[in-house]
Design a protein around this ligand. Sequence first.
Ligand code: SF4
Ligand code: SF4
Length: 300
Amino acid sequence: MRTINIPSAFNSYWGVFLTLGCNYTCPFCIQKLAGEVPHYDIASGDKWVEALNSIEGRARKRFLRGNKVRKLSLIGGEPTLHPDFFDIVNGLDYNWSLTVTTNLGTKAFDDIGTFAKKVKRKKKIRFHLSFHDGCADTDEFIAKTRDLKRAGVNVNRIFTVCYPPDEPGRFEEYQSIFKRNGLFLRKQRYNGFYKDKLYPSGGDESGFEFKDNITDYEEYHKGCSMKKKEPVYCKVNKILFAPNGDVYNCHYKVYTGCQDHYGNLFSSGPTINVPQDYFLCDDYGHCNPCDWPYAQFKEM
Ligand code: SF4
Ligand code: SF4
């Protein structure tokens, strides 16, 4: 059986972009910050399951407790648009602890009972639900969320991106509506441009329960200015798989289909080396806010 080794710290962020396609067209979509979303071929569920389950070093023994296993986020775009979504979540072994982030707006959620039955994996899976103001219908989103919980689906977090950033009041109202329905809607600061200004522009995150953890705003505004690019030494504690299996360590590069990847999960190996220390990047200035606060920089 094939084995794949991707050396990386055990607590580093690992994410699979099953597709960059989405059922919504949110004006604040962070994927589109650098322009049009690139086209990637979609890999089949069989390929994802076979390759991801072949990755070594995903479990660590713990004294008197079960193994600690590596976390894996299934993201997009909208991951439930992948035609083999259920085969993937059910086929990944229990050396993965899965988080699926979904907007609840796809056909997969037309019948919540059917959705819950099709997710046969009953442990080491949790769902983060993103409520998209202006795209999702509030009552429908709330009803689906409540039905998911009643059906035993592990809804871990419900969050919304506060866009536009200059109208914070409307998100308090949404929070009240969710609260009346027994749900806690976490607010996340908007990261990106609005009226030619990059947000967040400063301040602390008190009142925002879904954290971006940006602390160095000067660095953030320099790195994500989307003006000129300059070389820098960068260190990013991430492993990201594009929809075709290409391996990256930076969101900007996934979202631009950059040739600068470190191999392909389905065809490279047995070891795929992603830099664990500072490496030279020429794209500083066009970084994506999603890489904060993971990215660290050293000037040339
Ligand atoms: S739901 Fe998410 S991925 Fe889809 S358009 Fe909106 S922000 Fe982008
Ligand atoms: S400098 Fe920016 S674009 Fe380059 S790898 Fe780091 S986070 Fe990504």
